[in-house]
Design a protein around this ligand. Sequence first.
Ligand code: EPU
Length: 419
Amino acid sequence: MDKFIIKGGYRLTGEVTISGAKNSALPLMAACLLTEEECVLEGIPELRDIQTMEKLLKSLGCEVERDSKRLMHLSAKKIINYEAPYELVKTMRASVLVLGPLVARLKKARISMPGGCAIGDRPINLHLAALQKMGASITQSHGYVEVSAKKLRGANIYCDVPTVTGTENMIMAAVCAEGITIIENAAKEPEIVDLVNFLRKMGAKIEGEGTSVIKVEGVKGLKGAKHKVIPDRIEAGTFIIAAAATCGNVLIKNCIPEHLEALEFKLREAGIQIEKYIDSIRVIGNRNIRSVDITTMPYPGFPTDLQAQFMALMTTAKGLSVIRETIFENRFIHVSELKRMGADITIKDRNAIVKGVEYLTGAPVMVSDLRAGAALVIAGLMAEGETEVQRIYHLDRGYESMEKKLSRLGAKIKRVKEK
Ligand code: EPU
């Protein structure tokens, strides 16, 4: 197991280029199951989660190859299997994204039920209820859910809460269903818009992506298409916060500023200077960051995937910051690790109350999930002395070459093998 050793107190300066979005790439790859023809995806990041999805798609009979230009070619001419096994789903919940495409293409799927994970219970009841409304029957046994349908029919679906992968599964199930599907209270995340743009190139008829009502008109079949994944707004947000937290001056290249408006607003409120360009953002930090409150919300609200990183920034801000997590019930595991570094944080229900301290001090800390890990890296960059970040395999799931990108910006960070 690898770990990061970070020597804190160095300003980040220079330029960093953001990779393709993990949470777009995963549904885009799953969507390739919807056609017999070859699809080509550009900008797919090299991440552990992508490897897991690749493994899953291959087990279903889909050929997946990367060429010398870093294009990913996916060809699901013949699907030979309809199961997402426990071994893969337990390492990556997003494996559940093959559910919609498999039911659309084969009229059946067998998916291991994802159990709880570090950040919360994370059920898939809404994914299943939608398929049921479209005519599928659902049975559960031995930890697996089996979905089968004679045919899928368009349906009116209402999501009790906006769910990102749920909306993606519903859209993918509906693209070739008979008739029209309306998804109400759909998630509006940019990754859903990216998926719809790809599906449209494949011949799907969809309207309303990026709004809370999505209309899908079923078509007879889909064809192959080529698509470039959008930049990762969470990776961009993580580097933006890291730059702000180290009083840095960094140009974040290959990002879509419109996708980061909630973060931008909050950083400006905290006194950070932000300059926006067409596809880049410059962040200029300073020593007088003010505490501000945030509440995580579905897009376009403040993303839960940046909550932990923002909390790290607030640990040394001036004043009191109330951080409210409304999406996942258990996404404060980083709090006890940040406290070991000297942060003053109290949890009350879904709120973390962060009282800014003078400085953090380096300590050995343990990563519990991807974004908590990003927060601990940022805290390590801010802290006096050395921080040892353990269990960084969580970071390898979702940040491409994180330590290399940070080193190029002047961070003192190295990866070492844990004994
Ligand atoms: N929910 C239900 N029932 C469902 C589905 C969701 O009650 O059937 C609830 C969840 O428990 C949660 C809320 O709805 O309280 C929203 O969850 P959502 O389904 O939107 O989350 P997700 O689709 O499982 C995606 C991202 C997560 C990100 C969340 C929220 C992917 C692959 N994952 O998860 O990303 O935190 O949306 O924005 O897109 C990460 O990248 O670190 C990560 C965890």
